[in-house]
Design a binder for this molecule. Structure first.
Ligand code: ATP
Ligand code: MG
Length: 215
């Protein structure tokens, strides 16, 4: 799921609330890239996020083993390291829980605890990784179901998001957007119907539109 909107509209909280809803219904690991420590302890509606903060991937890996619940937020510069940790965590869980082991997993079978990777301000993350994330992210997005992972991200600037994020998105949420370039990107690459996308200009406050965009 991608969440877009100008600053302060509530996209990060929407994304977190969406993730917490999933986590309240099923076992799922949540691993976040949070460069700016922006994940709050509580959302505006009082909901606790149970965020656990780490500086490094190693610390997060340890934290996940010790206490798997909550949102594991890592302030490392490179989001592709967070994605790799997500892939590893889901894979380890599959291996531990699948009767029949690797053979069954290779054939697409098996059961484990899935992973949601949350990337706040995905555009920053790409810059921080100096384009390396481009390929990793593309691969991750394309293979995520096979990897037993999901991706949730936010951005102020749809126009700066890689088109492959749009092709694969199942849900697009948008709050107010002012720039025509951003709105165009929503309907040209992200599967939002054009008439809906233009409504982004007249949304105000914390108003939003949630579109099911496919696949
Ligand atoms: N539906 C809502 N009702 C009331 N307050 C809200 C709502 N959603 C978010 N807020 C509050 O608005 C502020 C901004 O929310 P949030 O940080 O999620 O916005 P954002 O779009 O991610 O902003 P930024 O681009 O600066 O990261 C926060 O103080 C949050 O608690
Ligand atoms: Mg935010």
């Amino acid at each position: 799921m991608g969440c877009f909107g100008i600053t302060g509209t509530g996209k990060s909280e929407y994304a977190l609330n969406y993730i917490l809803d999933i986590q309240s219904k099923e076992a799922v690991y949540v691993i976040a890239h949070d460069l700016n420590y922006s994940i709050p302890e509580r959302l505006h509606n009082g909901r606790k996020t149970n965020v656990k903060r780490y500086q490094t991937i190693e610390e997060a890996e340890e934290g996940l083993l010790k206490s798997p619940g909550g949102i594991h937020a890592i302030a490392c510069s490179d989001a592709s390291d967070v994605i790799a940790l997500g892939i590893r965590t889901a894979d380890r869980s599959l291996e531990r829980n699948t009767v029949g082991g690797r053979d069954v997993i290779r054939r697409g079978g098996g059961r484990g605890i899935p992973v949601i990777v949350y990337i706040d301000e995905i555009v920053n993350a790409q810059q921080a990784s100096q384009y390396r994330m481009g390929d990793d992210l593309k691969k991750f997005v394309g293979q995520r179901r096979h990897l037993h992972c999901g991706l949730v991200y936010t951005s102020q600037y749809p126009r700066q998001c890689h088109y492959s994020l749009g092709e694969q998105a199942t849900d697009v949420v948008f709050f107010k957007l002012k720039s025509e370039k951003d709105i165009k990107k929503l309907y040209e690459s992200f599967g939002v119907p054009e008439d809906q996308a233009w409504k982004a200009q007249s949304l105000s406050g914390h108003q939003f539109i949630h579109c099911k965009t496919g696949a």
